[in-house]
Design a binder for this molecule. Structure first.
Ligand code: NAD
Ligand code: UDX
Length: 434
């Protein structure tokens, strides 16, 4: 099949490369010319494990190409995916659909023959209907269907998530559109991956409901962690104790500094706004949004408490800036609240992240110093704070770390160390819910 992927970001690039790997002929189109030029030179503009080999392998095999020319890419395509950003709209918290609608107009002008236009971006319920109206307005004669196919991949595990998903969701109103989607996902179909066909509005809502549910699960365990701290219970054992109940499930029960990333924060907020607009408020998600926003800021107090009540004039080593490991994505990362919060309280921050420092330099206060590694960051510091659980931080040489630090204080916001072991090595150790 011939596929055009509009938007070559985290989702478009991974999805485009995976569809090419399934044997389809894919062109990824992006308005960002620098990104397309880089891809055509074989450079991957984002950090995502395995993506380099997948993209360039398929590029050399002639199944994957990159272009800024939407007309050329869309003409003759069986399916055109819209995988552009849907960030929070300034001012009201709704999803900003301007990129989706701009793409729809461009597709309408360029499509030839029967085309399935698929929204892969996360979009509020009713967006596919609006995309259909836009395309119909621009091309009253056009032969097309609009389908919804939300993406559930996680950054850092994106290729595996795309190729071995728990399920694929397709919202379509016409059988001929379902048939095209079945052909596109044929390798998964053969693998017995459940492919759930629904109407478009249901499919759109499934995506927000899934993200909001997972964000709620994390927020729930984060609040239980706070209660554990007050009562002497251990949140990791609570997670295990409840997670082994198959009705609850053990995933997404790791307590931490609050969820971040390019999806949960914006999607929970957008769901709240949609629900308010339809006069069916989702109070639980409203609370999740508030609790999570407060939590990230509360982590600043946790560090201050660990440092004896003040960080004024102290140096804090921060390990991990991205919102999770194995990505360079800094969108809504907890570090964006924690680091400026510490600096506002008078701290000097020395930071390290394996992939996020380039982007962090544009987002964090200018006074942050960036270091080559965790020990360099800790040199002469009054405390070290782990914000993101990169593997390189999981097995630090604690004696070396201790020697680098002025005072051996370790604040572990991801619970990656054993409290007894760290205490035995002579640290004051503060973690989450233990
Ligand atoms: P991104 O910002 O990484 O990429 C979007 C790309 O679209 C950019 O490269 C931008 O230049 C391009 N673009 C914007 N308008 C365009 C247009 N009119 N024509 C061509 N290109 C255009 O965004 P992302 O993280 O890939 O997210 C895309 C969508 O997928 C969002 O709706 C997001 O919520 C959803 N999603 C993201 C993830 C994730 O992990 N990042 C997972 C699931 C779903
Ligand atoms: C998420 C969804 O998981 C994915 O299905 C969707 O397509 C996009 O949004 P992503 O944002 O890439 O994926 O990462 P995810 O692994 O879900 O983590 C999101 C945030 O939650 C991170 O800040 C992470 O640290 C945090 N988290 C996750 C926890 O604090 N505890 C957990 O148990 C799991």
């Amino acid at each position: 099949m011939k596929v055009a992927m509009i938007g070559a970001g985290y989702v478009g690039l991974v999805s485009g490369a995976c569809f090419a790997d399934f044997g389809h002929q894919v062109v990824c189109i992006d308005t960002n010319a620098a990104k397309i030029e880089a891809l055509n030179r074989g450079e991957i503009p984002i950090y995502e494990p395995g993506l380099d080999v997948l993209v360039n392998g398929n590029r050399f095999a002639g199944r994957l190409s990159f272009s800024t020319d939407i007309a050329e890419g869309v003409a003759g395509a069986d399916a055109v995916f819209i995988a552009v950003g849907t960030p929070t709209r300034r001012g009201d918290g709704h999803a900003d659909l301007s990129y989706v609608y701009a793409a729809a107009e461009d597709i309408a002008r360029a499509m030839t023959g029967y085309t399935v236009i698929v929204t892969k971006s996360t979009v509020p319920v009713g967006t596919a209907d609006e995309v259909e109206r836009i395309v119909r307005r621009v091309r009253p004669d056009g032969d097309f269907s609009v389908a919804s196919n939300p993406e559930f991949l996680r950054e850092g595990a994106a290729i595996d998530d795309f190729k071995r998903p728990d399920r694929v969701v397709v919202g379509a109103e016409e059988e001929r559109a379902r048939e095209v989607m079945r052909k596109l996902y044929r390798p998964l179909y053969l693998n017995e991956t459940p492919i759930l066909f629904t109407n478009r509005r249901t499919s759109e809502l499934i995506k927000y409901a899934a993200n909001a549910f997972l964000a709620t699960k994390i927020t729930f365990i984060n609040e239980i962690a706070d209660l554990c701290e007050k009562t002497g219970a251990n949140v990791q054992d609570v997670s295990r104790g409840i997670g082994l109940d198959g009705r609850i499930g053990k995933k997404f029960l790791h307590a931490g500094p609050g969820y971040g990333g390019s999806c949960f924060p914006k999607d929970t907020l957008a769901l709240v706004r949609t629900a308010q607009q339809f006069d069916a408020p989702v109070h639980i998600v409203e609370t999740v949004v508030e609790v999570n926003t407060r939590r990230k800021l509360k982590m600043v107090d946790k560090v201050i408490d660990a440092c004896g009540g003040s960080v004024e004039g102290k140096t804090i080593a921060v390990l991990g800036l991205t919102f999770k490991p194995e990505t360079d994505d800094m969108r809504d990362a907890p570090s964006l609240d924690i680091v400026p919060g510490l600096i506002a309280k008078g701290a000097n921050v020395r930071a390290h992240d394996p992939q996020g420092m380039k982007e962090a330099k544009h987002l964090l206060p200018e006074t942050v110093s960036y270091c080559d590694g965790p020990y360099a960051a800790s040199q002469g510091a009054d405390a070290v704070v782990i914000i993101t659980e990169w593997n390189v931080y999981r097995a630090l040489d604690l004696q070396r770390l201790k020697q680098s630090l002025k005072t051996p204080i370790l604040v572990d916001l991801r619970n990656i160390y054993d409290p007894a072991e760290v205490a035995r090595q002579g640290f004051t150790y503060v973690s989450i819910g233990r």
